[in-house]
Design a protein around this ligand. Structure first.
Ligand SMILES: *Cc1c(COP(=O)(O)O)cnc(C)c1O
Length: 220
């Protein structure tokens, strides 16, 4: 289990970047992992997790939340509008707000419930056709729309193109956040979280480096 090593590397990257200790939240991405691996990480004291699928989260996290007080789960996968109602009950934050129809739905749910998960707007910094997220040119306007709906907008999120140096994408996301007065930056995964921390990440999403490789076939 790689939790201790990754926690140490997050701390070292904070220090190297001159950032305050504890200023970066480590999200342990537990999607598709066997339950015993997730329980081991919970037992080791980790309390912040990331999941990609509403159904999978509904199946496993209500029990773990009851068993491990303080456990929090962030949605980091694409969210269908027709699953938003379930998602706001299951998640403490949603990192993948990427379109007006979803914002409207979340705003309606927030009004009804008197509460909303914290939100990150996903930005497609590489303008990849197959990838979710707002194009960079559309971000400022969308942020203004989300703010006008009185939603708790925390920051921006990106997944840089796999074949590219992620650093310019992290820097671009940090610029967009700064010019919009947003403090949250969800960026960095197993292979590049240290570069993300150097660029100002407040939330890194690390899966396989903590839990080991995901075995999609083994999922029941
Ligand atoms: C799966 C996933 C991660 C974790 O990826 P690893 O490479 O296993 O660290 C991070 N962010 C998002 C959006 C993901 O879907």
């Amino acid at each position: 289990m790689g939790l201790a090593e990754i926690t140490a590397r997050v701390s070292a990257a904070e220090a190297a970047a001159g950032r305050a200790p504890g200023s970066v939240a480590l999200i342990a991405v537990s999607k598709v992992q066997p339950p015993e691996r997730v329980v081991a990480v919970l037992e080791a004291g980790q309390r912040l997790f990331g999941e990609n699928y509403v159904q999978e989260t509904a199946g496993k996290w209500p029990d773990w939340r009851a068993e491990y007080p303080g456990a929090r789960v962030h949605m980091i996968g694409p969210l269908q509008t027709n699953k938003a109602r379930q998602a706001v009950e299951l998640f403490d934050a949603i990192h993948t707000l990427d379109r007006p129809s979803l914002a409207t739905k979340l705003a309606n749910l927030a009004q009804m419930r008197g509460a909303s998960p914290e939100l990150f707007v996903q930005v497609n910094t590489g303008a990849e056709p197959q990838k979710a997220g707002l194009l960079p040119a559309a971000v400022d306007r969308f942020i203004a729309e989300v703010r006008a709906m009185d939603l708790p907008l925390r920051g921006l999120m990106c997944i840089p193109p796999e074949a590219e140096d992620p650093a310019p994408h992290f820097a671009a996301l940090a610029d967009m956040a700064a010019r919009n007065g947003l403090s949250g930056l969800s960026m960095g995964m197993s292979s590049d979280f240290e570069a993300a921390i150097a660029a100002g990440a407040t939330h890194v999403r690390v899966g396989s480096a903590i839990f080991g490789a995901r075995e999609y076939n083994a999922q029941g």
